[in-house]
Design a protein around this ligand. Structure first.
Ligand code: GLC
Length: 586
């Protein structure tokens, strides 16, 4: 059976940063609705919205306090219904972020669970230990132990894989599994077209009485994934959930976040006869080279990509998965493509072309189509992340200049990748009221390069049309041309992405076979074939020109990033350039 998501091209929207419609500095649902014409013009057929549920926003919505209500900062349920209707009218499917591994500590289940050891909801969460002692030495992804003391003072601890204000649900409890099924039903009935299953690989935990082995005397918590990632019960517990969804909504896309899953596990999670996900997002695509400062944590040091590992990885995922792999360069959990990987705009484009024309489902992170870079946040406090403070202290002790160290964190941390969308125009007559949004995307209210006449307009320009207020994330944007400016510039990144997406929709790229070419180290090249049609995609990954000899007869150039020349069967690519050729009409 073929469904829409076999050919999905997904645009990822971080709602808080996409478009504010009421001047409070936080993006909202009416703002997104006003920008549907822009999303439609991109050519995508689906959006994935990061969480929109009621939340104290400890982790920007991944800490859910009510699964059945929209966060007031995002809008109302009526706004959500209007948004769904408007997306559907535009032919765009909507995938919701579905947070199932944990809730907020403000969720009524948790508040009840900590009200008494006898609470009916106690077993919705994972409590263990006694006398305030941690049951084991496992470490949280967000730093420190996975255990936090029961706030009611029972002497037990509760388990949290992420922030301590995000307690893990106990999926071993069938009531939890049913409760999450009810949440899914609610949203599918509302008309959402898919769910992105957040952190689903973590729902099962090993027996808690096991420490991760460490050297004698070392009692620091350890992120011990074998104890809480990809355990067999994950599949056993999710299969009924997924089957339940598909029974009533066979066209609902189930997109899993499988950050650390190996390719074989990803294949199992997506095998049709395993009745789980339709596709998964892996975090294993991007191996980086060793950091400059071996003694400092690698995560916050900008590093070059390891292109050999990348090519081997792509070949593996392309060849191994039966289901379509997801194809992406960035998301809200990593620094942006233009900051993290690309050496300038040419490479940003050629890498997009390389990635998205492979076999699979592109997921394009909002702003990437403009070449958007990470923000620069002003200081350590702006990150609200203890691992950043630690890193900056360690860097200082190692003799790294403070500003340099902060610049490194800005270039590598996930938070500066969540900056406001630089629209450069307003929606709804200056963007003053939610009710006034009209969707005037693409028609700049302020011509590029002229000074805005009023203070309000100056503010608008400073925040690039995202908000008339103060953006929730305070940082300095790099000078990326706005969406409005790029819309009227045929040589812009935005136009390039529109052409790329249009190419991706052709049957050859949507459904053709993938075949890796043997090339010199600094090239990545593959063919796509479908019946008599053929495409060749070639990208120069390096800083020096590179040449490829390939059968090019009958092929026409479709899209180029940078300078590429062709003589007979020879292609010469300038540094970081890329090109796509196809047989006639394909
Ligand atoms: C996922 C999300 C990430 C979030 C975490 C906890 O990894 O992508 O942003 O912090 O889950 O929900």
């Amino acid at each position: 059976m073929t469904t829409w998501y076999d050919h999905a091209i997904i645009y990822q929207i971080y709602p808080k940063s996409f478009q504010d419609s009421n001047g409070d500095g936080v993006g909202d649902l009416n703002g997104i609705r006003a920008r549907i014409p822009y999303i439609q013009a991109l050519g995508v057929n689906a959006v994935w919205l990061n969480p929109i549920f009621t939340s104290p926003q400890v982790d920007n919505g991944y800490d859910v306090a009510n699964y059945y209500a929209v966060d007031p900062q995002m809008g109302t349920m009526a706004d959500m219904e209007a948004l769904l209707a408007a997306f559907h009218a535009a032919g765009i499917h909507v995938i919701l972020d579905f947070v199932l591994n944990h809730t907020s500590d403000q969720h009524p289940w948790f508040l009840d669970a900590v009200s008494s050891k006898d609470s009916l909801y106690r077993d919705y969460y994972i409590f263990a230990g006694q006398n305030g002692r941690r049951p084991n030495n496992w470490g949280s992804f967000f730093g420190g132990s996975v255990w936090a003391p029961d706030p009611a003072g029972s002497g037990q601890s509760y388990f949290h894989l992420f922030d301590r204000r995000m307690p893990d649900l106990n999926w071993a409890n069938p009531e939890v599994r049913h409760a999450m099924q009810d949440v899914a039903d609610f949203w599918l009935q509302k008309g959402v077209d898919g769910l992105r299953l957040d952190a689903f690989i973590h729902i099962a935990k090993a027996s808690l009485d096991q420490d991760w082995p460490t050297a004698a005397g070392d009692d620091a918590p350890v992120v011990a994934e074998p104890f809480f990632a990809n355990r067999p019960q994950v599949q056993d517990w999710l299969r009924p959930f997924c089957q339940h969804v598909k029974a009533d909504y066979p066209d609902a896309m189930l997109l899993g976040e499988a950050a650390s899953a190996s390719v074989d596990l990803a294949a199992a999670y997506t095998a049709a006869d395993n009745h789980l996900m339709d596709s998964v997002v892996t975090f294993r695509y991007f191996t980086e080279q060793a950091p400059a400062k071996a003694k400092l944590p690698a995560a916050y040091q900008p590093r070059e990509m390891d292109w050999l590992a990348f090519k081997q990885g792509q070949a593996t995922w392309q060849q191994t998965l039966q289901a379509p792999p997801t194809l992406y360069w960035s998301n809200h959990d990593m620094a942006r493509l233009a900051t993290r990987v690309a050496h300038g705009p040419v490479q940003a484009r050629s890498l997009a072309l390389l990635m998205y024309l492979q076999r699979g489902i592109p997921i394009i992170y909002y702003g990437e189509e403009l070449g958007l870079e990470n923000l620069a946040l002003p200081d350590a406090a702006a990150f609200g992340d203890a691992t950043v403070t630690d890193f900056l202290q360690q860097a200082k002790a190692a003799g790294v200049d403070d500003r340099q160290a902060l610049a490194w964190v800005n270039a590598t941390h996930k938070l500066p990748a969540r900056g406001p969308m630089p629209w450069g125009d307003s929606v709804g007559g200056g963007g003053t009221a939610a009710s006034g949004v009209t969707g005037a995307a693409g028609s700049p209210s302020q011509p590029a390069g002229t000074e805005p006449p009023t203070a309000a307009a100056a503010r608008l320009r400073a925040t690039a049309g995202f908000t008339t207020g103060t953006p929730w994330l305070d940082g300095t944007a790099q000078a990326t041309a706005t969406a409005a400016a790029q819309d009227v510039d045929p040589t812009s990144s935005l136009h390039f992405y529109r052409e790329l997406i249009a190419l991706k929709k052709r049957p050859l790229f949507a459904a053709g076979d993938y075949h890796l070419l043997s090339t010199s180290d600094n090239l990545y090249a593959y063919r796509r074939t479908l019946a008599d049609s053929q495409a060749l995609v070639v990208v120069n990954l390096g800083a020096t020109p590179a040449t490829l000899e390939a059968g090019l007869s009958g092929m026409t150039r479709r899209l180029t990033a940078g300078k590429v020349t062709r003589h007979g069967d020879h292609l010469t690519l300038a540094p970081y350039a890329g090109v796509v050729l196809t047989t006639h009409q394909d």
